[in-house]
Ligand binder design. Structure first.
Ligand code: SAM
Length: 223
């Protein structure tokens, strides 16, 4: 889809081609038409493209996850560790629901807000901070794409080196995650892409499972 488009020196699409590409991609996401990850990623500043394959959810999985998480127009979805905002932006364009991302790295929040504004994803918004400081009970659906696994990756595979990447930090995150999950309201939907970092506690039922993009997607409901 991006083939033939001109790139400026910093690797960004030149203005006219970029505007056409942006509106084509936004319309396709609204209509449920195919959008490749490379076309979507070309909308991102160059520094956020390389992590895409490992750290950002593929377009097709964002769509599948959004459909499971947002069955009603008044659904409110939280992406726990929202990165550059792919799930929230695509969910906002593809459904009538509200999507909120919480992300600890300020530069990723800035990129996510810019992406939402570029694509007119008006029901997507982003908070900067620690996901554990939020009240997850305010949301009808929660999304997780391996948010706490980064410390377990070798250095070159990490998004950057700005965080505590100790094993103890990872273990603490998993403990806090389990505490949060136990406290969720009945009926809360959870979608897990690839891995959560731990088994879900008692009281969650797996409703759906499929392969989407390069990995597995699961829908769980809190009983
Ligand atoms: C694998 S990326 C997933 C990004 C996005 N959810 C997606 O699927 O495209 C995980 C993100 O979680 C963020 N993260 C990890 N722990 C966090 C925490 N405690 N609070 C907020 N963000 C966190 C990381 O900074 C990283 O950007």
């Amino acid at each position: 889809m991006t083939q033939g488009l001109n790139l400026s020196a910093d690797g960004n699409l030149e203005d006219d081609a970029r505007a056409a590409s942006v509106s084509r991609i936004a319309n396709a996401l609204r209509a449920g038409a195919e959008v490749s990850d490379s076309a979507f990623d070309a909308l991102l500043p160059r520094r956020y493209r390389w992590p895409s394959q490992r750290h950002w959810t593929p377009v097709v999985a964002c769509r599948d996850a959004a459909a499971w998480l947002a069955p009603e127009p008044d659904s409110r979805v939280l992406d726990v560790g929202s990165g550059i905002g792919k799930l929230c932006v695509i969910g906002s364009l593809a459904t009538a629901a509200t999507f909120v991302g919480i992300e600890q790295r300020p530069h990723l929040v800035t990129a996510a807000r810019a992406l939402a504004s570029l694509l007119d994803a008006n029901t997507a918004s982003f908070l900067c901070g620690d996901a554990f400081a939020l009240d997850w009970r305010e949301y009808s659906g929660l999304y997780f794409y391996n948010p706490f696994a980064e410390p377990l990756f070798p250095e070159p595979m990490r998004i950057d080196s700005t965080l505590d990447h100790s094993e103890a930090g990872h273990d603490l995150a998993v403990k806090r995650l389990l505490d949060k999950l136990v406290g969720l309201r009945r009926g809360t939907r959870l979608v897990v892409y690839h891995d959560l970092g731990c088994a879900l506690p008692d009281g969650f039922e797996r409703i759906e499972e499929k392969v989407s993009g390069h990995s597995s997607l699961e829908l769980w409901i809190r009983n």
